[in-house]
Design a protein around this ligand. Structure first.
Ligand code: AMP
Ligand code: ZN
Length: 494
């Protein structure tokens, strides 16, 4: 079954097929690099990452582009406040965004920066003026005349009958219910970043950036355009108006929007004290893999209520999957195959794929894997898992992880980097004991631990009990729990 995906444009779930061959051309609105990214931003970015990974698993090649908004009202204001250039100001947060994306297992799309495409943006405005859908105001700014685009509102389903022709707004974001001619290009105000171009000096509006860079990278019509639900209006509506006025062709075929994340049932806000960046959570000692798992545990179109209980639960889920995989890798199994295990593995793959094909139902896909792990774990203890059952069971986990990307344990080194960052920023007081402990136990990779356990076993076999106890004590001190079972020594991280 092909992927079925909700399309905000049609308000329906549709079969997804690329417009051209086997290649998916997708564009996601990226961050405005004026601060560290919060977990709401990363809910959307992880949802897009999951879509990308699943499309690839489904056999498509992917051309995925994301913009970096590195000039806008907030950036200009903050850079001026700190007495640095826009470039200096944004490079810190762009770097932080790249690190955070890697922290949470996001595969890097091709990144395009607004400030590196200014001449093309000015050229685009000039063409809109020639088509008489844009106009220049006295101060040298340019606006898009929405009355010239009768389909304005088709994505957000807003009815703008009786809108005020010529009423203008020059903010990047504006009132959700009013239609206004929006700024394509802003003339320079004293002290603001500005570029000299064919349409005069100034800087691009936010909406223009995405139209220009997406079409430059992906063509006038491409497969999918993504972002958080707040971008439907005005941002994406304005992108459509600009792009389709210019080309006369449909801009993006599918519009993919992730629902907003709440924290403990409330809208995330600094004033409520429930606002968390990704780094805040790691500083509290939470593993990046658990955060990623939690962000994908609810389908992207369903409201995700982020809670600390939920985060702890997600960590337990990841640990159970990792331990299951370790058991499969380390145990010695009786020869042969158990038909029940063979069909369990095959059914799980089918259920997982069907769930993701169904508008990326991640909750069901995760559920399917746990419904395999539960009986398979029980079967371990009764000899019901045979040697030939191991590869198909491992293959299910591998397939799961191509999309969810939480099974390889690299939390330790990642958490260490956040700890080092906090020290470098003078934020020692924000480093929790939990983070310090986790970093200590994460110093050892899985391979290091396996090696030490082999040494411990060898020492014991040679009756060097002092030696084996010393290795055991070293592992315990590093937060590794060792258990003696029927299948031999098993270990897990605390
Ligand atoms: P920004 O850096 O504010 O432009 O946002 C980057 C991305 O994060 C956009 O796609 C937003 O729609 C998305 N976003 C912002 N807040 C949230 C939230 N609370 N939940 C989900 N996505 C969000
Ligand atoms: Zn955008």
């Amino acid at each position: 079954m092909p992927l079925r995906l909700y399309n905000t444009m049609s308000s329906r779930i549709e079969e997804f097929r690329p417009l051209r061959d086997n290649e998916v051309r997708m564009y996601a609105c990226g961050p405005t690099v004026y601060d560290y990214g919060h977990i709401g931003n990363f809910r959307t970015f992880v949802a897009v990452d999951l879509l990308r990974r699943f499309l690839r698993q489904s056999g498509y090649t992917i051309r995925h582009v994301m913009n970096i908004t590195d000039v806008d009202d907030k950036i200009i204001r903050n850079a001026a406040r700190d007495g640095v250039s826009v470039q200096q100001y944004t490079s810190k947060y762009l770097q932080a965004f790249l690190e955070d994306s890697a922290l949470i297992g996001i595969e890097q799309p091709k990144l395009v920066r607004a400030t590196e495409h200014i001449p093309e943006m000015a050229e685009f405005v000039a063409k809109l003026v020639r088509k008489q859908v844009a106009y220049r105001t006295e101060d040298g700014s340019y606006y898009f005349r929405i009355a010239k685009f009768p389909q304005y509102g088709k994505l957000s389903k807003k009815d703008f009958q009786g809108m005020l022709d010529g009423a203008r707004v020059d903010l990047d974001e504006y009132d959700k219910d009013s239609a206004r001619d929006f700024a394509l290009w802003k003339s320079p105000k004293p002290g603001e970043a500005s570029w000299d171009t064919v349409i005069g000096p100034g800087r691009p509006g936010w909406h223009l950036e995405c139209s220009v860079m997406s079409m430059q990278e992906l063509g006038e019509s491409f497969d999918l355009h993504a972002g958080g639900e707040d971008l439907v209006f005005p941002h994406h509506e304005n992108e459509i108006a600009q792009s389709e006025s210019l080309t006369g062709k449909p801009f993006a075929h599918f519009w993919f929007h992730a629902r907003f994340l709440l924290v403990e049932g409330e809208k995330m806000s600094k004033s409520l004290g429930n606002f968390f960046t990704l780094r805040d959570l790691v500083l509290k000692g939470h593993k990046p893999s658990a955060i990623r798992y939690l962000l994908t545990s609810v389908p992207y179109r369903t409201q995700l209520n982020f809670t600390f209980d939920g985060l702890k639960q997600a960590a337990v889920s990841v640990e159970r999957l990792r331990n299951f995989r370790l058991r499969l890798g380390a145990g010695s199994f009786p020869a042969g195959a158990n038909p029940a295990m063979q069909s369990l593995a095959a059914e799980t793959v089918a259920r997982m794929t069907a769930a993701l094909d169904d508008d990326l139902n991640t909750a069901q896909a995760q559920g399917a894997v746990f419904e395999m792990v539960r009986p398979a774990n029980a079967a371990f203890d009764t000899g019901g898992v045979r040697r030939d059952d191991v590869p198909p069971l491992l293959a299910v986990l591998a397939k799961f992880d191509e999309v969810f990307a939480v099974l390889d344990d690299d939390d330790g080194p990642k958490m260490k980097r956040v700890l080092e960052w906090a020290v470098a920023e003078g934020r020692e007081k924000d480093i929790s004991d939990e983070l310090r402990e986790a970093v200590q136990s994460g110093q050892l990779s899985d391979a290091d631990i396996e090696k030490k356990i082999a040494e411990m076993k060898a020492a014991r076999a040679a009756r060097d009990y002092k030696g084996s106890d010393a290795i055991r004590a070293e592992l315990t001190a590093a937060g590794i729990i060792i258990e003696q079972t029927k299948e031999g020594v098993r270990w897990r991280r605390k």
